[in-house]
Design a protein around this ligand. Structure first.
Ligand code: HEM
Length: 512
């Protein structure tokens, strides 16, 4: 059987996984916010939308009334309007943090190439829309900070050779400052969020059953945090924009004003060149760092019953169903998109009919390997013998494998690596327990809950084992003889201690 090598994770991946491991120790992996960064970003967007609608109801879209209308909310209606304003501000700041962490995580964990490029590129577009939307949000208050932001962003916009009259002329005299400008600013600011929701649909269009909501407890926790922050440190305005004088010193916003200080040292055009280059390079990262891709899954149509389970389980929408084309008495047949296929093998695990295979690791080759290794163990003199299934992205066994399926120092165990634990089909799991082989236990090590490299492989396997998701693991298999562990690539120690503990439990003893 061909094997997917255990690629050694780079230092960045290891560092990131260690941070997540520490957080898991506090929150458990079920509530680790790092596993929900995309979903938390969407949560912040909802808060921004709802609070934004409330603010809009009271906002005066005029050059002379804008500041007072925001002041009214902040001071006179502090208990609701003020809280809404603060929630709007802090959720926008939170969005920048979670979005940057989410992008950094995808990069650090090498989850941005090949079939993920649509999410990566659309993510970069979203980052810009969020930033532009935020900048225009500051304009709307029309205080001294707004004046500063407006004049700096106007300088940037004017330097593009597409505008006739300089935009900053608007801010020189009050009579130039038209209500029309405020309509345009409001239009851009308000619509940026709708545009974002459309972009999110593109962002996740190749992601099956994407996680778009954080767990309820996390959502309530975030809401309470926003509320407490809003009451303790309400968002306020600077003094009203004074067009005649120089801009007064205003507090710097690290979330949305980040690029403006560069204008002190470089020209507007240089800053544009920098911004555009950075965006293009970031967008091209999936291609600049391209690695070898494994061959896509392959369908054997005559075995396909059109049951749709592979489509349901595929993490990247690489399998669609269409009307049967071969005259077999089934309504549907699966079609695989090579471009979208992650070659994870989850579809193999979902198929009870040997209709889908990975060309480099076929179902037959995995089963033959299980039989070979189980046969070897049967011949050995060990008391309790264990077959171990590991995913190539989870607990790292590189250096511990002898290249023939043996685990160095553990003569009673043999290891079958698979690209993703979701590939372990229930019939594979049953082999070691077959009468003629009669092993004592099966140990399955997948990725951390919520952090499967192929998104849902670990979850689907756990559900098949518990009988909640077809194809289910046979009831006749004693569940005390099967252990499923969720471990990340930096949890080798945990892997071995748990395996030893499992082995001891088969003997009915506690570990040595
Ligand atoms: C407001 C901003 C963003 C939101 C709301 C968001 C949301 C999401 C969501 C909900 C998912 C699906 C998670 C899952 O179910 O596995 C996702 C995946 C992804 N996002 Fe974002 N995202 C945002 C920004 C970004 C940015 C800036 C980047 C990178 C430039 C990015 C890159 C990705 C990638 C590569 C995936 C696929 C991850 C995987 O397949 O494991 N996202 N995002």
């Amino acid at each position: 059987m061909e094997k997917r090598e255990f690629n050694k994770p780079g230092p960045l991946t290891v560092l990131w996984l260690w941070i997540e491991k520490i957080i898991n120790g506090v929150t458990t992996s079920e509530y680790n916010p790092f596993y929900y960064l995309g979903a938390v970003s969407i949560f912040f967007l909802w808060v921004i939308l709802v609070s934004g609608i409330y603010l809009f109801l009271f906002y005066s879209i005029t050059a002379r009334g804008a500041y007072d209308s925001v002041q009214y909310l902040t001071v006179n209606q502090w208990y609701l309007g003020g809280v809404m304003r603060s929630m709007h501000r802090y959720a926008s700041d939170g969005l920048i943090i979670t979005m940057l962490l989410h992008a950094a995580r995808c990069f650090a964990l090498d989850r941005y190439k090949h079939w993920r490029w649509v999410a990566w590129v659309s993510g970069i577009v979203m980052a810009w829309i969020i930033w532009i939307g935020g900048i225009f949000g500051y304009w709307m208050v029309w205080d001294e900070k707004a004046k500063l932001v407006a004049s700096l962003s106007a300088r940037l916009i004017e330097s593009l050779p597409i505008f006739g009259l300089p935009l900053s002329l608007n801010f020189v005299r009050l009579e130039n400052l038209t209500d029309q400008l405020f309509y345009i600013v409001l239009f851009i600011h308000f619509n940026s969020i709708f545009f974002l929701f459309i972009l999110i649909l593109i962002h996740i269009m190749r992601v099956t059953k994407s996680v778009i909501n954080p767990p309820k407890t996390m959502a309530y926790g975030l809401l309470i945090m926003l509320l407490i922050l809003s009451l303790l440190k309400p968002a306020t305005s600077a003094p009203p924009a004074e067009l005649k004088g120089l801009t007064q010193a205003v507090p710097f916003d690290w979330f949305y004003m980040t690029i403006f200080p560069f204008l002190k040292v470089v020209s507007e055009r240089t800053l544009w060149v920098f911004i555009v280059s950075l965006t293009l390079i970031a967008g091209a990262v999936p291609w600049l760092t391209r690695t070898r891709r494994h061959p896509a899954a392959h369908l054997t149509l005559e075995n396909c019953t059109g049951c749709e389970l592979c489509m349901e389980d595929c993490p990247y929408q690489a399998i669609q169903m269409r009307k049967r084309t071969d005259g077999m008495p089934y309504q549907l047949e699966a079609v695989i998109s090579d471009k979208r296929c992650a070659s994870c093998g989850i579809c193999v695990g979902a198929c009870d009919y040997r209709a889908i295979n990975l060309p480099d690791i076929t179902e037959d080759s995995v089963k033959a390997e299980i039989r070979r290794l189980a046969g070897e163990l049967k011949e050995s003199a060990h008391d309790k013998r264990v077959m171990v299934f590991v995913c190539a992205k989870g607990a790292r066994l590189d250096g511990m494998l002898d290249g023939k399926g043996g685990l160095k120092g553990f003569e009673w165990a043999r290891v079958v690596p698979v690209p993703c634990i979701g590939m372990v089909q229930p019939s594979m799991l049953a082999i070691p327990f077959e009468k003629n082989l009669g092993l004592d236990g099966v140990y399955v090590a997948g990725c951390r809950h919520g952090d499967c490299d192929f998104r849902r492989g670990s979850e689907w396997f756990a559900a098949r084992l518990s009988g909640a998701r077809p194809p289910v693991v046979k009831r006749s298999i004693d569940r005390n003889s099967v252990r499923f562990a969720s471990l990340s690539a930096v949890e080798q120690e945990e892997f071995f201690s748990d395996l030893i503990e499992f082995h001891a439990s088969l003997k009915g003893r506690s570990p040595l």
